[in-house]
Design a protein around this ligand. Structure first.
Ligand code: FFO
Ligand code: GTP
Ligand code: MG
Length: 494
């Protein structure tokens, strides 16, 4: 399928002063249209781009040239690359021109392009053409958009994975399985039982089950993908003065939060990105939790509890350095107990018990901690959320948080495990997730019709719905308004 569109151009790099500006031009006849304005720097002889494209045997070709305007005035000396169709990003002929990065020079080039019948590209229009010309599918196009907008390393990894076609291939395979199921039904719609055997829809159930499981697995990748893109949320909680803000600063490696020895120092929730071993986290520091009559601190405590509710991982920071050895175990248990009374955790949240101010602990206190850890599972066995609690206490100080970092990385793996391997397909947009959801619901509906031995026509029609939902993920069905909505979020020039 090849569409014939007006030629378009756009500045593909940011507007402003920079070393270079890269302009991108796409269209069917652009080599012919541009040739009169492209000359060799020394001889000023016109360069025939059409011939050059033919000589390059369909491959990209780069030259150093001069661009001149209609009055033969030089616009700039540039590097120009041709990508002859169909081997280009859009599948049409493409010319890329990199000029010196001055907005005035770019404006001159753009007015030349407008004056020779080309128009400014809409956001995402190059990629839209790539989709319409079958160079990439819609899921890959969404990947390209996210590759540009990703704000985390994890986001880039997921987007690259989609651009590479991992999700498209998974969708295609599931679609193949659905078509196999359809084939059985179509056979019974078109042929008599003596030709294709008795109509026994229940025989389809195992196949439908296989597809459903695969779709459900795919559906679940959206939320793990979100954690991968946005970062696993880690909240530092605990009593005032426990050392939360100190830990916050040492994890971030800069003096972000105010630290004093006055309990109740932190009031607002602080939020920052944290990367440990290339894994993305969102780290939150919060007000120490206690009963207080101070109006401002009270609001701080409320916000602190609310942050803990929304966290994936809670580091409950506990300061025991002033306690007598005999009190340590009971104290830790009661702090965890109180915290869990305040914050109703869900089963998929994790808590790490962090013992702060290691440098201030006596040998006897350290021994007690060791003893606690040796019997950890027995000691915490009566706590209501013991399944959420990391398997032992972790000691930290201003100078030492390595073990904690190691555990955070382990938890990152737990929260993103389903999607953080290169070969795993991941849903990266709500649109894709909704399509998979539709495919699942219609297939489930099928199960019901089969159990009452409904007509093959009715079952086939539902299965077809399911198949269409999958096809929409990769955009085999082009709906103008869908395309418009997707590409409107792109950058101009992409
Ligand atoms: N200068 C420049 N840099 C760029 C791009 C670009 O278009 N231009 N890209 C764009 O976003 C990205 C790279 N992606 C690209 C994807 C496909 C083709 C392309 O021309 N593909 C042809 C030919 C392949 C070949 O010669 O082997 C094809 O697929 O047929 C170019 C770039 C990032 N950097
Ligand atoms: N010696 C020592 N002192 C620490 C350590 N961590 C924190 N402190 C001190 O403990 C006091 C309280 O630290 P913060 O980090 O402000 O405690 P917080 O939990 O944020 O307190 P609030 O904001 O009031 O809830 C400060 O005086 C810190 O210098 C540590 O590892 N070793
Ligand atoms: Mg603090």
């Amino acid at each position: 399928m090849n569409f014939h569109f007006q030629s378009i151009f756009a500045l593909a790099t940011p507007i402003g002063r920079s070393a270079l500006h890269l302009h991108r031009i796409s269209g069917e006849n652009i080599f012919e249209i541009l040739s009169p304005y492209v000359v060799l720097p020394n001889t000023r002889k016109q360069l025939n781009l059409t011939q050059l494209a033919e000589k390059s045997q369909g491959k990209a070709h780069t030259r150093y040239v001069l661009i001149i305007d209609k009055d033969n005035n030089e616009i700039d000396d540039v590097v120009l690359t041709l990508f002859p169709a169909p081997k280009s990003y859009t599948g049409e002929n493409i010319v890329e021109i990199s000029v010196h990065g001055n907005p005035l020079i770019s404006a001159k080039l753009q007015s030349l392009l407008r004056s020779i019948g080309m128009r400014d590209a809409e956001p995402g229009e190059f990629t839209q053409r790539a989709v319409l010309n079958g160079k990439i599918d819609l899921a890959q196009a969404e990947g390209i958009n996210q590759l540009i907008h990703a704000e985390t390393l994890g986001g880039i990894e997921l987007a690259r994975n989609t651009v590479e076609g991992v999700l498209s291939r998974e969708t295609e395979e599931i679609r193949g399985q659905i078509i196999n199921i359809l084939a059985y039904l179509e056979a019974h719609i078109d042929f008599a039982p003596d030709e294709v055997g008795e109509y026994e829809p229940a025989s389809l159930l195992p196949q439908i089950q296989v597809v459903l499981e695969r779709l459900e697995k795919l559906h679940s990748t959206f939320s793990s993908g979100l954690k991968m893109r946005e970062g696993v949320r880690v909240v530092l909680s605990g009593k005032p003065n426990a050392g939360k803000s100190s830990l916050y600063n040492s994890l971030l490696r800069y003096d972000r939060a105010i630290v004093t020895n006055i309990p109740g120092t932190t009031r607002d929730v602080l939020e920052d990105r944290l990367v440990i071993q290339n894994k993305d986290f969102v780290l939150l520091d919060t007000a120490g939790i206690r009963k207080t009559s101070d109006e401002v601190e009270k609001i701080g405590v409320e916000r602190s509890l609310k942050s803990a509710l929304g966290a994936d991982v809670i580091c409950l920071v506990i300061d025991i350095h002033e306690l007598d050895c005999t009190q340590i175990q009971t104290h830790i248990l009661s702090e965890v107990g109180h915290f869990c009374d305040e914050v109703r955790l869900t089963e998929d949240q994790k808590i790490i018990l962090v013992i702060s101010k290691q440098d201030l602990l006596s040998d006897a206190q350290l021994k007690m901690i060791q003893k606690f850890n040796d019997n950890f599972s027995i000691i915490v066995k009566d706590l209501s959320f013991k399944k959420c609690i990391y398997e032992h206490l972790i000691l930290i100080s201003l100078a030492e948080n390595q073990e904690l970092c190691k555990v955070l990385v382990e938890y990152h793996q737990v929260f993103t495990g389903a999607v953080n391997k290169k070969e795993n397909p991941t849903l990266i947009s709500v649109r894709q997730k909704d399509k998979v959801f539709n495919a699942i619901s219609t297939l489930e509906e099928c199960g019901k019709l089969i159990s009452v031995r409904d007509y093959p026509e009715k079952i086939a029609s539902l299965i077809n719905h399911s198949r269409h939902s999958l096809e929409e993920i990769v955009g085999e069905i082009h709906l103008d308004n869908v395309l418009e909505k997707i590409f409107s979020t792109f950058c101009i020039g992409k």
